[in-house]
Design a protein around this ligand. Structure first.
Ligand SMILES: [Zn+2]
Length: 311
């Protein structure tokens, strides 16, 4: 075993074991707040269908507002610790002083002064738990959930919330077109947008936060494909493509111009506010992506968020 030396970085709080459920997230979040409560503030912006708080973290005091959300899709839960680890690095950098100061801590302090990062790392906590732990027997619609999952007890392909509604098909941006394109008329593991836009508490909380805060930039983290989606029906601002190319360059991902997709969070953000919004498809493989890819993906996500913080 290697001995610890002074030059080794301190143990990180945000770690991923074989799973990452809401309780793991909550424990790490509390540890971060214990250590960095003077730079990170945390509020709940609502509750999930099953009553879990939807935590929103704020860090920075600058006029530019950057929003990043993650784990909108249940089996893309690895995006939650990716985003939380970025917040940990940002907070740690802000607090390094004197001999600890380096290029990265100076960068973090610059972000802190110029920008406010507003993050919702786990938009769909019920789905995250369902996709990893299966049905909670206490859930009063356990039987329906099983039926919506094709009578399979394995929920590892589940993307939706606890009512079988796909939260990234819930936003009022040509929602009707998306529903008729999908052709799914009842709750399902993915792609069912519900009976109307914004019926689900998780989507409502995100839309209300966005309207209240008037973000300048948004990133929504999904898996997988190493792609960056940056346009929406030509409602995107002119700078969006250029920004996407820059994000692609720093991460090694591809900037992709998409058509034939509506009602997603970034679609609605671009449509409603006309500002740059991006969906980032992190990593490559079959969802849920393996935890062994975490560190590599973290490097890519760090580069993407850092680039937006500096834009
Ligand atoms: Zn997704």
């Amino acid at each position: 075993m290697m001995e610890k030396t002074a030059s080794q970085p301190p143990e990180r709080i945000v770690q991923v074991g074989t799973a990452y459920q809401f309780k793991d997230y909550s424990v790490q979040l509390n540890q971060l707040l214990d250590l960095y409560g003077d730079v990170i503030s945390c509020t709940s912006i609502g509750s999930s269908v099953l009553g879990k708080p939807l935590w929103c973290l704020k860090i920075g005091r600058g006029p530019r507002k950057v929003h990043v959300n993650a784990a909108v899709h249940a089996n893309e839960w690895i995006t939650a610790p990716l985003l939380l680890r970025f917040i940990e690095a940002f907070a740690a950098g802000c607090k390094q002083r004197g001999a600890q100061e380096n290029e990265s801590s100076l960068e973090c302090r610059r972000w802190f002064d110029n920008t406010t990062l507003i993050a919702v790392p786990m938009v769909n906590p019920d789905g995250v738990d369902l996709s990893q732990g299966g049905i909670d027997p206490a859930c009063s619609w356990a039987e329906e959930l099983l039926k919506w999952n094709g009578n399979h007890s394995d929920f590892s392909k589940w993307k939706a919330n606890a009512r079988g509604i796909d939260l990234n098909d819930q936003f009022p941006a040509y929602w009707e077109e998306e529903q008729s394109r999908r052709g799914i008329t009842e709750p399902a593991p993915q792609d069912y947008g519900g009976t109307a836009p914004l019926t689900e508490p998780e989507a409502i909380a995100l839309a209300e936060l966005t309207s209240r805060e008037q973000f300048d930039y948004v990133l929504s983290l999904h898996t997988q494909g190493r792609e960056i989606y940056w346009n929406y029906r030509e409602y995107e601002p002119e700078i969006a493509e250029q920004l996407a190319l820059r994000l692609a360059k720093v991460s090694g991902y591809r900037a992709v111009k998409l058509g034939g997709s509506d009602a997603g969070y970034k679609d609605w953000f671009i449509y409603r506010f006309g500002r740059p919004g991006f969906t980032i498809e992190v990593g490559e493989g079959v969802n849920p992506l393996p935890v062994s890819d975490f560190d590599e993906m973290y490097g890519q996500i760090y580069a993407i968020i850092a680039s937006i913080m500096d834009s």
